[in-house]
Design a protein around this ligand. Structure first.
Ligand SMILES: NC(=O)c1ccc[n+]([C@@H]2O[C@H](COP(=O)([O-])OP(=O)(O)OC[C@H]3O[C@@H](n4cnc5c(N)ncnc54)[C@H](OP(=O)(O)O)[C@@H]3O)[C@@H](O)[C@H]2O)c1
Length: 331
């Protein structure tokens, strides 16, 4: 690396021995190109970050790469007219932390299309507590409501409930007046899930486990972080004209179902992808500051210092984390 190593970073590398990650120092000139340079205040550990840093998932597309698929901080330099030094921003999406140096660094540089100015009233800590997970939760709810989800139509299931996407989803849905059923592999966390707004908590093991093409119809909709067998069951147990947001794959990539839920119940299975262009990003971040504003971010966030990032990653990959793991980098 260069002789002016002013940037502290957590760099993911690959060798014959496999993927490894370590703290290092980079020069500003080592950062990838982009119009906006940000002094990072916070980053976070999403499930994808944990897969990337441990090599348990093939996430990184360019080695070496500074990890961290989201970061919040303050603009220090900008070649884009819509940003100026001093702006508080969140950076996420596209190649950030995947094929372009990401948020686990004291300084990050990114294309302007990957940056959003924080909506009025949103702090840097709130923004990263949401991060990719919260953005995706809001994107999913936005899409579900466009497809008929409404508080008057019955229960909404959220699985993987103690996870980041799910914790924020529960908060947002409850705040909107939905009756939320949280499904978790950690039933001892029921008090936490009820605090976020779940009116019912079900242990994953107690969910219906039938194999018929159509099972009893229980929910008007579901936010799915899991994929695999849990998503299969959701397709078969959602009510007529119900809506499922397919967001994640924590339980598996593949699922089987039949066409019956789709042609006999009109079930809508919505694919949710958080790599969006600026207009949709702006819409979703604005909703997160207004009608979709969460109420329990302080409860959802677990803030740890930068030097404890490796342990925080291990906790996420080991399934011991809850809510959103926030990494304090600046300040
Ligand atoms: N589509 C997109 O653009 C997008 C954006 C963000 C995230 N995602 C995906 O969404 C998923 C959730 O992300 P996240 O950051 O919220 O992850 P997370 O915080 O690690 O939460 C995942 C949760 O799923 C449950 N879980 C974990 N492993 C499981 C397993 N093997 N079987 C069943 N349940 C399991 C756990 O909840 P319980 O113990 O409470 O059940 C865990 O807390 C991930 O697959 C991620 O890649 C996709």
């Amino acid at each position: 690396m260069s002789s002016d190593p002013s940037v502290s970073a957590y760099l993911i590398s690959s060798s014959d021995a496999g993927v490894s990650a370590a703290f290092t120092r980079l020069a500003q000139a080592d950062l990838d190109p982009g119009e906006v340079t940000v002094r990072v205040q916070y980053a976070s550990v999403n499930y994808k970050d944990a897969l990337a840093a441990t090599g348990k998932g093939r996430i990184i597309r360019r080695f070496p790469c500074v990890g961290g698929i989201d970061a919040s901080g303050v603009v220090v330099a900008s070649d884009a007219p819509q940003f100026k030094p001093g702006d508080e921003v969140i950076v996420h999406g596209h190649g950030f932390g995947v094929s372009h140096h990401g948020g686990y660094a004291t300084l990050a540089r990114a294309p302007a299309a990957w940056v959003n100015r924080l909506p009025a009233g949103m702090s840097l800590l709130d923004a990263i507590t949401l991060g990719v997970a919260g953005y995706t939760a809001a994107l999913g709810i936005d899409a579900m409501e466009l497809n008929g989800l409404h508080p008057s139509k019955g229960k909404v299931l959220v699985n993987g409930a103690t996870g980041g996407v799910a914790s924020v989803s529960i908060d947002l849905l409850a705040q909107r007046g939905y009756e939320v059923v949280a499904v978790t592999g950690k039933p001892a966390q029921a008090p936490y899930l009820r605090e976020l707004g779940a009116s019912e908590v079900i242990a994953s093991a107690d969910l219906p486990s039938g194999t018929r093409p159509l099972e009893p119809a229980l929910w008007q909709g579901a936010v799915d972080s899991l994929g695999g067998a849990p998503l299969s069951m959701l397709t078969r147990s959602v009510r007529k004209d119900g809506v499922i947001a397919a967001i994640g794959n924590a339980a598996g990539l593949e699922f089987t179902t039949s066409v019956m839920p789709f042609i006999l119940r009109g079930v809508r299975l919505l694919g949710i992808n958080s790599d969006n262009d600026p207009p949709l990003r702006e819409h979703v971040w604005q909703r997160l500051a207004t009608d979709l504003r969460p109420r329990h971010l302080a409860r959802i966030a677990h803030v740890v210092p930068f030097e404890q990032l490796p342990q925080a990653i291990d906790a996420v990959i080991g399934g011991q984390a809850r809510g959103r793991t926030v990494i304090r980098i600046g300040g």
